[in-house]
Design a protein around this ligand. Structure first.
Ligand code: ADP
Ligand code: MG
Length: 274
């Protein structure tokens, strides 16, 4: 009882801090972080990585969380992705408050609701693209034939239908990141979370990855990415600016940059030169 009262108190506290509960307009709120704080103890020093962050991710949107290095982006990403717990504050996914969940309950929610894309791809090296993408479905307990069909479809969706049997180390960085996106998709998560997804890529491959994320979003996926790069953020519909562990401001992007058009323009330039 006292627990639910304290959650309510935090929600009210969030409103008092100017959290806009209508951030999502008419859309459903998929994820809500309320007054999230994260403190790390380093020897005698307490590092305040997040100092009271409140934000929502709305169904069907493409959101960017942008800020300079050290502003707390990865810390926030790990907390909303349920890989880490806040020191204080709450996270609610699909209406479920996760603070009081056991580690097993948390990983069940994470596996079901969240697809991760990391800067460094995090693929298994001497493993085929198909097997990498099947992996979350192994954990989900699907049969071999079904797994391989769903994984193949996801790889076709990111344009890698002809690379199913390639090992990760036989693929370019951009292709590896596309495999990682396919892997994030196979469980049909509520949100795809990407931490600096283009950070290790050359600019063209980065735009290709943004084109895939925009395409997923156009087909209904909710995408939230973290970046320090304004050029990457420009592809999102909404930007939450993070600074020193706090939300500095929020921005609606009137005309997000269309990555597919950027690619077409690059191809045209290449054609001129040839
Ligand atoms: P960003 O992703 O925006 O670069 P981070 O979330 O990685 O920022 O880090 C935010 C702050 O928290 C930084 O000052 C960083 O040094 C500190 N920090 C992050 N992780 C840890 C940790 N495990 N232990 C101590 N300090 C940390
Ligand atoms: Mg980071």
């Amino acid at each position: 009882m006292s627990e639910s009262r304290s959650i309510d108190a935090r929600a009210v506290d969030g409103e008092a801090r100017g959290v806009d509960a209508t951030q999502c307009g008419g859309a459903r709120v998929v994820l809500q972080a309320c007054d999230v704080r994260k403190y790390y103890q380093l020897d005698e020093i307490e590092v305040r990585a997040l100092r009271g962050v409140s934000m929502s991710i709305c169904e069907g949107e493409m959101l960017s969380i942008m800020g300079p290095s050290g502003s707390g982006k990865s810390t926030l990403m790990h907390i909303i992705g349920l890989l880490d717990r806040p020191s204080e504050g709450s996270v609610t996914i699909e209406g479920e408050e996760v603070s009081h969940m056991t580690p097993n309950e948390l990983s069940a929610v994470r596996n079901k609701r969240i697809g991760f894309v990391f800067q460094s791809f995090n693929l298994l090296a001497r493993t085929t693209a198909l097997a990498n993408v099947e992996l979350p479905l192994v954990y989900a307990g699907l049969s071999g034939a079904k797994r391989s069909r769903i994984a193949r479809e996801a790889l076709e969706r990111v344009g890698l239908g002809d690379r199913l049997g390639h090992y990760s180390n036989q693929l370019s960085g951009g292709q590896q990141q596309r495999v990682a996106i396919a892997r994030a998709l196979v469980t049909s998560p509520s949100i795809v979370l990407a931490d600096e997804p283009t950070g290790n890529l050359d600019s063209r491959s980065g735009i290709e990855v943004m084109a895939i994320l925009q395409d997923l979003n156009a087909h209904g996926s909710t995408v939230a990415l973290v970046t320090h790069d304004a050029n990457v953020s420009a592809h999102a519909q909404r930007v939450v600016h993070l600074k020193d562990g706090l939300v500095e401001r929020e921005e609606h992007v009137e005309n997000p940059v269309v990555a597919a058009s950027q690619l077409a323009a690059l191809d045209a330039e290449g054609g001129d030169r040839a």
